[in-house]
Structure formats: structure tokens, C-alpha cells
Design a protein around this ligand. Structure first.
Ligand code: MLT
Length: 330
């Protein structure tokens, strides 16, 4: 597996607040007393950013403070997670992350944080299908044709992802393993810009979470081959699952969750969890998630326990697969 374009780990800030916000001696009972920053590990406009901005508004309303969204791209989401793990545990820096939280330890032997030890979990937000998609004029029309084409043209086919540690990279790795090829990967700071290049025809195909692909599949700007979950999804009822389309072993569902540094007081975590539950019950959030091919988790999953359990399960699932692949991010 080789990378064509060097990964640029420059943090760009969509909305950055450097206001003094809390500190180690902040009073948990008074939390929140100033604005809160939600740190997104990928670029603006991608699926993680979209999900974050949807829940930030009702959470801010519930918490009575503004929430600003900061995009800290780089190294497949590990730059942002490393940043938040080193912040004061006062609830003013909150990380949103996806399945990459569970793949990073196997991909980065020198990772400067532990997903389980350096964070407290706030709650699950969504579980997300992924879709295998291509530029509209890419030759293969079905998943079967795609797999044959990729095998025959492994030297020239390009696959986009959001860096080693991204959901798109994990899904792409599974496809490459299934076909037995080593494709030219084109990494971006997020699948928002990757999608722009896919639509523009600069890259051939990718695997991405539905919030970034449903609208463009429906409009015909890109073509879709399959959804990576065991069941078809309501937003794209005609799209076969990978198993239906003859690709066994490429089943991957991403998940989004909220995390804070491990020394955050439980009282602060409880307030964030309560606000998350309110956001996930908000009709606009429910409708928007449905349009994006996903859904808010049930109320009993928007909890620290459920996110910790999910993280443990996913670490156990992906670690041996990634270690066996030999892929590392550095
Ligand atoms: C994004 O928000 O850009 C994506 O989640 C990137 C990815 O993990 O593929």
C-alpha cells in the first residue's frame, strides 16, 4: 500500500475560539461558564464535521453556552485526539471522533494517547453505514465489475481516503485486501475535499460514511456500488450490501462519539451526556440524520458506558486485522 501525495498535517481552523475557557480549577457545579470547543479531527464539510454541527446547536442551547467547532486535521484524526487528550479536563475541549479512535493504536505504534485511558467517554451519537462510491464516469457499473477492474488495473486505479486512521482508509484497506491489490491511495485532510475531487474526476473511487455521499449519489454526481453494512439502508434502498453484491468480509460500520480528557470531573461529563441526549431527541437532528443515511443512537446508547463498550469491542475487532495487514501511519 503506497501513498501518492504526502499527507499534510496542517491544522486549519473553521471557527476557532482562543478565549480563556475554564481551567483546572474550574468549578464543575458551575459548568459551563463560557463557550465550549468541539474538536473535529477532519476538515469542514465532511461527515464528522456535518454530524458535529448538527448536534452542536441543540447541545449549546441545552448547556446555555455557545459551542464552537474547531477542525484540527492531520494523521487520520490522531492529531486532534492527541491535542484534546493533553487539554485540561474541564469540559471546555470536547473531541468528536469515529471508528478511527479504535484503529489508531494499531496503526500508530508511537501514538501519544490511549483511547481508553486518556479520555472519558460522554456518549455515542450515531452508527454510520459506509458506501463504496466512484466518479460518475468511472467505467465499472457494479461492485462485481469494480472488483474485476481494480484487479486488472491495480497500477493505475486511485482510491481516496482521509489519511491512515480514517474510516475511509480502513474501508479501502478491506477492499484492497479482499481483491489482493495494493492501490495508489490519495490522502486528504477529510473526505469533504476528497468528495470534491471525486466529483471532479481527479480520483477514481473511495469508501465513505453516508453523511458525505447520499445527496451526491441521489443527484448522480457520483455513482455508488454498495453499502458496507449487513442490511440495506432506508436512504438508499436500491443500493445492495457488499455481501449481496458478492464482496464478503467488507463489512464496516463507523460510529461517532464524544470524548473529554480523562481527568474531567464526572459532574461535567454528566452535563455533557444529558445535553447530548437532548440533541439526539431534537426533531431537526433526527430528520437530518435520516436524510444523511444515518440515525441517532437510542437514548440508552448516548452514555459513557455504551461508548466505552463500543470502543472496547471495536479495538478488539480491528487491532488484529490491522496488525496482520502491516499498514502503519508512522
Ligand atoms: C471526515 O469527516 O472527513 C471523515 O470522517 C474522514 C474519514 O474518516 O474517512
Amino acid at each position: 500500500m503506497h501513498l501518492r501525495i504526502p499527507l499534510i498535517s496542517v491544522a486549519s481552523v473553521a471557527v476557532l475560539s482562543l478565549a480563556a475557557c475554564g481551567g483546572g480549577d474550574a468549578d464543575p457545579a458551575a459548568y459551563p461558564e463560557s463557550e465550549i470547543t468541539f474538536v473535529v479531527p477532519f476538515s469542514a464539510g465532511g461527515p464528522t464535521d456535518t454530524v458535529t454541527r448538527l448536534i452542536a446547536e441543540p447541545m449549546a442551547e441545552e448547556l446555555g453556552q455557545q459551542i464552537v467547532v474547531q477542525n484540527v486535521e492531520g494523521a487520520g484524526g490522531t492529531v486532534a485526539a492527541g491535542q484534546v487528550s493533553g487539554e485540561a479536563g474541564d469540559g471546555y475541549q470536547v473531541l468528536i471522533h469515529h471508528i478511527g479512535m479504535s484503529t489508531a493504536p494499531a496503526l500508530y505504534p508511537d501514538l501519544d494517547y490511549s483511547p481508553l485511558e486518556d479520555f472519558k467517554t460522554v456518549g455515542l451519537i450515531t452508527e454510520l453505514p459506509m458506501t463504496i462510491v466512484a466518479r460518475a464516469d468511472f467505467e465499472p457499473e457494479t461492485l462485481e465489475e469494480l472488483l474485476a477492474y481494480v484487479e486488472e488495473n491495480a497500477d493505475t486505479v486511485t482510491i481516496a481516503n482521509a489519511g491512515v486512521g480514517a474510516a475511509s482508509q480502513l474501508c479501502g484497506l478491506l477492499i484492497e485486501q479482499a481483491v489482493g491489490v495494493d492501490l495508489t491511495e490519495v490522502p486528504y485532510d477529510g473526505t469533504g475535499p476528497a468528495l470534491t475531487d471525486l466529483i471532479g474526476g481527479q480520483v477514481d473511487f473511495m469508501c465513505d460514511q453516508t453523511p458525505n455521499t447520499v445527496a451526491q449519489i441521489e443527484s448522480g454526481d457520483i455513482k455508488a456500488y454498495a453499502v458496507t453494512t449487513p442490511e440495506r439502508i432506508e436512504a438508499l434502498p436500491d443500493l445492495p450490501t457488499t455481501a449481496e453484491a458478492g464482496l464478503d468480509g467488507v463489512e464496516v460500520a463507523s460510529f461517532h462519539g464524544l470524548y473529554v480528557p480523562s481527568d474531567t470531573p464526572d459532574e461535567v461529563v454528566e452535563k455533557l451526556t444529558a445535553a447530548l441526549k437532548v440533541a439526539l431527541a431534537d426533531q431537526n437532528v433526527i430528520d437530518s440524520f435520516a436524510d444523511l443515511g444515518t440515525a441517532a443512537v437510542a437514548e440508552d446508547q448516548a452514555t459513557p458506558e455504551a461508548l466505552t463498550a463500543k470502543l472496547e469491542e471495536q479495538l478488539e475487532l480491528w487491532t488484529p486485522i490491522i496488525e496482520a495487514s502491516g499498514v502503519t501511519g508512522g
